[in-house]
Design a protein around this ligand. Sequence first.
Ligand code: ADP
Ligand code: MG
Length: 243
Amino acid sequence: MANINQGKHAVTMAQVSKWYDDFQVLRDITLTVDHGEKLVICGPSGSGKSTVVRLLAGLETHQEGTIKLYGQPVDAQGRGDVGMVFQQFNLFPHLSVLDNLILGPMRALGMPRQEARDRAMAYLERVRIPEQAGKRPGQLSGGQQQRVAIARSLCMDPKLMLFDEPTSALDPEMIAEVLDVMEDLARDGMTMICVTHEMGFARRVADRIAFMDAGEMVEVDPPEIAFSAPKSARFAQFLDKIL
Ligand code: ADP
Ligand code: MG
């Protein structure tokens, strides 16, 4: 945590463009996210939302423009500085929940086992499933597995959390329990970028809502603007469809 520069933007994207061969997936994206801010990204399927968060997580490269996290290039981040939660939970099926959680801190941060276990149990409490520590992921519900995935990211002590449609693979009755955990995290001050179409969550939690369409970030608004007076017809039409 020592290299957090308070006051600096958590994320700065300036005129970022990206192509897959000759297909332009991102067009001139410019975005800043403050430390502590919660940004929700929405937009139609294929608009480039996952590509944006994958770039921020260092999982993809781009061709034009600059991306900085806390003033530094993405690849200069320490391991675990950026946490990412995917639609699929990506837990190791053959390991217990607890072992899934201690693996990163022990291997990547060199943390002693007992300290890693203590930290893991603290985060399992925080996502409200400490009693599941000894089970394998396959023995848990989807909502519980996603909460384990969130706890696993938190165990690495990230300064920025990225979520890519974390509830879209879940049965409806499990969506709320995951959103509740994300809302707790937001209230504790975590800097969060969440791709989601859960607009109730966006209304409660987001400082700003970004709308993407066809590789562009069309507009970025506070929720009160987004939900009452979106500037572009494209965003208005999109909201009409999902609300
Ligand atoms: P979203 O998350 O908004 O649905 P994505 O960022 O996943 O959109 O994808 C944006 C576009 O880029 C889509 O048209 C998708 O098919 C394309 N795309 C994504 N990944 C690749 C890839 N590895 N190679 C080629 N095209 C890709
Ligand atoms: Mg996506």
